[in-house]
Design a binder for this molecule. Structure first.
Ligand SMILES: [Zn+2]
Length: 337
């Protein structure tokens, strides 16, 4: 199916190609109007992982958001579908629907209880991050003292492998990510992180992290947030620079997209970031006025850009989604139910 996009141009990668956005940047809130998901659907995205919580909030709030989002998606099944497997994503695509699963940014949502991993999985969470910028009882965050992965965190890696959840290193500290990648029996991703060699920011990642991720069979999703791409620069030219850097370092099979995008025009991102200087510390450009985001509306032009950079058809399809699909088809095939 050729999906008509909001920009008026089709994003036609073939019926069997899944266009995959590994992470939305929507503020997790049960009250939010999820009609904003149309922004992905109308721009030809087939699968989106939308966050239902992060360490800034308590686990009860994460469950409330997850409950509200599940109900909303099920009530709008003419356009959207909950997906827990790659087959369910392909079914949704055939029916012209955007497939949705959930992710959680940080382990505070577990409330210290390993049993919560299986519960979240049963409710549609298919990807979890270990920390959100600051340390927690599982892991170190990228804006905190680098404590590495804790014993509890090690148990959680193994539990996620067994339960069928993608292990996600974005927002964690350097040592933590290296520990996670050594521990995991399944491919590991950075769902929304950029190479630090292109843009110097504590949220971005070093070459050896990128190499270790590729060695697990994983994927680095390029983040669309302007301050992680460059000087609040969301141009396709800059996105391509990040994509090409990772591709040249470890191969195009290990690059994807995690736009971290939110179309919520009413949300003042700057006000949220200023409200918690512990999670979004000074000196990390979070106080940049009018932080911009690259998003799915840029996909048709990005496709042209990738073709123009000499990537093969298979490599382009991989970057736009098939690489993350490869990870999911392995990581979601769990041994524990
Ligand atoms: Zn994030």
């Amino acid at each position: 199916m050729s999906a008509p996009t909001a920009s008026g141009r089709p994003l036609d990668l073939g019926a069997d190609t899944i266009v995959w956005d590994a992470h939305a940047g929507v503020f997790p809130d049960p009250q939010i109007d999820l009609n904003l998901l149309n922004d992905w659907r109308d721009n030809g995205v087939d699968y989106l992982s939308i966050n239902v919580g992060f360490d800034v909030m308590d686990w009860q709030q994460t469950l409330r958001t997850l409950a509200a989002y599940r109900r909303w998606v099920l009530a709008h099944n003419d356009r959207f579908a909950l997906a827990g497997t790659v087959e369910e994503i392909l079914d949704a695509k055939r029916e012209g629907k955007l497939a949705v699963a959930f992710d959680i940014e940080g382990m505070n949502a577990l409330n210290g209880d390993i049993n919560m991993v299986g519960l979240y999985h049963a409710l549609g969470v298919r990807q979890m991050l270990f920390a959100y910028n600051l340390n927690n009882e599982a892991a170190g965050g990228c804006h905190d003292t680098d404590i590495g992965l804790t014993d509890f965190g090690r148990d959680i890696v193994r539990e996620m492998n067994r339960a069928g959840m993608i292990v996600d290193c974005s927002h964690a500290s350097y040592r933590t990510t290296m520990d996670i990648m050594a521990e995991s029996a399944m491919p590991v991703v950075f769902s929304h992180s950029n190479p630090i060699m292109i843009c110097d920011h504590q949220r971005n990642i070093r070459d050896d992290q990128i190499k270790a991720c590729a060695k697990t069979g994983g994927v680095i999703g390029i983040n669309g947030m302007g301050i992680f791409l460059g000087d609040n620069d969301t141009s396709n030219e800059t996105l391509l620079q990040h994509i090409c850097y990772v591709s040249e370092l470890v191969g195009a099979d290990h690059v994807g997209l995690g736009f971290d995008f939110s179309p919520g025009v009413d949300v003042d991102v700057g006000a949220i970031l200023r409200s918690r200087p512990d999670y979004w510390p000074a000196g990390q450009r979070y106080d940049t006025p009018g932080i911009k985001h690259a998003g799915p509306s840029q996909l048709p032009d990005l496709l042209d850009g990738l073709n123009g950079r000499g990537f093969s058809g298979n490599e382009v399809r991989g970057i736009l989604g098939e690489n993350f699909r490869r990870v999911a088809s392995v990581a979601w095939a769990a041994t524990l139910r």
